[in-house]
Design a protein around this ligand. Sequence first.
Ligand code: SF4
Length: 321
Amino acid sequence: MWKRPLRSVQDTLVGIRGLEEIGCELLRFSVPDSESAELFGRIVSQTELPLVADIHFDHRLALRCLDFPVAKIRINPGNIGQADKVEELIRKASGKAVPLRIGVNAGSLPKALRQEKNVAEAMVKAAEEELSILERLNYHQVLFSLKASHVATTIEANLLFSEKYDYPLHIGVTEAGPLVQGTVKNTLALSRLLENGVGDTIRVSLSDSPENEIMAGRSILQSLGIRNFGVDLISCPTCGRTVFDVTAFLGKVHGYMERVSKNITVAIMGCPVNGPGEAKRADLGVTGSENQVIFFKKGKIIRREHADDAIEAFKEELEKF
Ligand code: SF4
């Protein structure tokens, strides 16, 4: 999710490129007014990354965004108002072959459903209300998201929906919290859903940067064995035996490794106890022993460096894969 108001086209394009480099494959923008819609149009025309326009209440904003090469419009027909406005929007989206994403959120259910005891069932009913509008207009290029801030509710709503419908699902826990708490909640929900074959696109919603949302999403998919985004990192958690400053070393190389798309395992270890064993099993291993850093490649020691030279040596060795 793009997290700032749309102001500068150039700054936004630079930001988009940065997110693309770390693995963003789909990016959503809030488009709350006509000024934002015009800026969005200029931005979406200058990037290859698929961009989604998130629009509420004003169908004219969605109509305007459909003039641009937008990948998807996130909208709820129910909050657009009169049927003729929804029809006008759907006719245009259909003509341009742009899909609509219907986003149901447990925190903003239609009034009639707010008192329902089972929130997950109420979310599915809300999705069905939106779907009935689209199906009446014979529009099927649609996908859904059913999100709650509660893990079990998110899982239940998506499982219920996927049992009844074949429409693609965008999944994730919404308003999941800060980095650690939000990543844990999303990991639990996404792993359960993805293991059940439910979910086509994901977002890890965090009260944190878009970069961390992407990194968390990547890590979840890679840990589940669904996608491979590059370096699989094994690192020493540090303890009283640590004789090499793993945290400082990681701090210096982590950003660099995130941009390496090589499918390899890297181990960064802190002592002569478990360090050499893990480092040997990795494609590239580093283990420290006081001022000396030992490098392993596929189990064999390939070089020893003073700690001061270890960062450069590490990058050199990574480049060779
Ligand atoms: S690798 Fe060594 S330093 Fe790191 S946690 Fe294990 S025993 Fe401690």
